[in-house]
Design a protein around this ligand. Structure first.
Ligand SMILES: Nc1ncnc2c1ncn2[C@@H]1O[C@H](COP(=O)(O)OP(=O)(O)O)[C@@H](O)[C@H]1O
Ligand SMILES: [Mg+2]
Length: 468
């Protein structure tokens, strides 16, 4: 991408100024720079137009001209800490890495109806002020609809200005002119790019829209939140290329008809990724869940075979979650395997391990797996919990509800170590669990008062749970 702004470090030393000037020759005709003097300009082909200079002035004259950037020594570059604005929504700040960074492009993805517009509007109302309102560009709804939602959320305030617009040029200009503290573009699929072929929502429109807004964000320093629908394949707007173009990618997950919503940071150029923010969806909007505690356990769930508690670690946060498995004989044709909240390929792998390494026949069984609360488990340490749920369901054996099971399962049936074991066990103990089945090897965990069984294989875990 072409750089159009060139920052000179504050109070440059004489050598820097002269070096910067000596390094650059700027064409007086088109503003293109060259590192060495030459008779003919590479940009416009004119003769004798190159002169010594600092590129900033020509950038102002020709905003799209190519420029040579001036590099800064690392120790002279600011740490950017002054550019981060906390949103005041702690769960959102946790995922963002402390707040919204000036000039960042944030992609907020999720299934339709999950609450993306709600979260974006609540965020805008928090960041904007009456004197400097946040800009909410609504492409899917009219201004009246946005105002009605704001009324319901209790944020129909002067701190948000709404613009019902889908034209990319109009949206970009509105941001450039208003320079709001935050802009929301809802959604990226409704943006209509002037030069792109096809209909809005097609990859060409979406990509051009994101590229343009990226430039706007970087030039104006306005953080822009792009709302994007997730397609059936799970990628925002089809092309995954979008994720590479933006600074931060957040996904809002959960069961649409359930009350919990999880905000997951899958990419963050300004903080750690994998962090999870927890919310509940209520009539008045998304409310943060300060202590998740038992949110991902089904209190009505019975001590039936197939229900097992495990501890996942999402980012830095341990969460006790319940896994439910049902195994039933296949009555017709091929066995069915369905999974909600857990990767289907990984389920197949664990089924094969159970069959081949623990002698549990599952080849002619339908298998259904569900993770309570709509959380999608990506942490491999929940494997053993899944394996024990499946084995319990297949053999009709109950795993006690006061026991958590965790560890990664390998192809040989071995149980591998889990990260942050002490934090996981601490969380389990805080929720009243009394026992844990954990991977063997490495340092013994502190245990947090739990009865800890250390196992090195799936069969060993089965033996522990069946004897207890
Ligand atoms: N009038 C309403 N009263 C209560 N909740 C509502 C109302 N309208 C929408 N919701 C909630 O908001 C959700 C839709 O949120 P929204 O932010 O529009 O989703 P998205 O932008 O992701 O499609 C609905 O699933 C519902 O839970
Ligand atoms: Mg919406």
């Amino acid at each position: 991408m072409l750089r159009t702004d060139v920052r000179i470090p504050p109070e440059p030393t004489m050598t820097q100024v002269t070096r910067a000037a000596r390094l650059q020759y700027v064409c007086s005709g088109c503003g293109v720079t060259a590192l060495r003097w030459q008779g003919r300009c590479d940009g416009c082909g004119a003769w004798n137009t190159l002169g010594e200079g600092v590129a900033v002035s020509s950038a102002a004259r020709r905003p799209h001209a190519a420029l040579a950037a001036v590099a800064q020594p690392l120790n002279r570059v600011g740490d950017g800490s002054g550019q981060r604005t906390p949103t005041g929504i702690a769960e959102l700040d946790r995922v963002l890495g402390g707040g919204v960074v000036a000039g960042s492009l944030i992609l907020l993805g999720g299934d339709p109806g999950i609450g993306k517009s709600t979260l974006a509007l609540q965020l805008a109302a928090r960041v904007g002020t009456a004197g400097r309102p946040a800009l909410y560009c609504a492409g899917e709804e009219s201004a009246v609809q946005v105002a009605m939602r704001a009324e319901r959320l209790g944020c129909r305030l002067p701190s948000v200005a709404v613009l019902a617009e889908t034209d990319l040029d109009a949206v970009a200009q509105a941001i450039e002119m208003a320079r709001p503290p935050l802009a929301v573009v809802d959604s990226v699929q409704t943006l209509s790019a002037p030069d792109a072929a096809g209909a809005p929502g097609s990859p060409a429109h979406v990509r051009e829209g994101v590229a343009r807004l990226l430039t706007v964000a970087k030039q104006t320093g306005v953080p822009i939140v792009l709302v994007g629908h997730v397609t059936k394949e799970g990628a925002i707007a089809g092309p995954r290329t979008l994720e590479h173009m933006v600074d931060v990618v957040l996904y809002l997950e959960g069961e649409r008809h359930g009350e919990h919503r999880l905000l997951r940071g899958v990419k963050n150029r300004f903080g750690s990724t994998g962090e999870l923010g927890l919310f509940t969806m209520e009539g008045g909007g998304l409310r943060q869940l300060d202590a998740p505690g038992r949110a991902f356990l089904d209190e009505n769930s019975l001590s039936v075979p197939g229900n097992v508690l495990t501890v996942t670690c999402e980012g830095t946060r341990p969460l006790v979650v319940e896994i439910q498995a049902l195994v039933a004989p296949t009555s017709f044709g091929l066995p069915r395997r369905t999974s909600s909240g857990f990767d289907l390929g990984r389920l197949h792998l664990i089924l094969a391990v159970l069959e081949r390494r623990a002698g549990i026949p599952l080849g002619q069984a339908d298998v259904f797996l569900n993770v309570v609360g709509g959380v999608r488990l990506a942490d491999p340490a929940v494997d053993l919990g899944v394996a024990m749920a499946l084995a319990g369901a297949a053999r009709d054996r109950v795993v006690p509800r006061d026991t958590v099971v965790l560890g990664e399962v390998g192809l040989g049936g071995e149980v591998r170590r889990a990260s942050r074991l002490d934090a996981r066990l601490g969380e389990a103990a805080a929720l009243g669990q009394v026992a844990a089945v954990v991977p063997d090897g490495g340092r013994a965990p502190a245990g947090a008062g739990l009865r800890v069984h250390r196992v090195s294989s799936v069969s060993a875990a089965l033996a522990v749970l069946q004897s207890g």
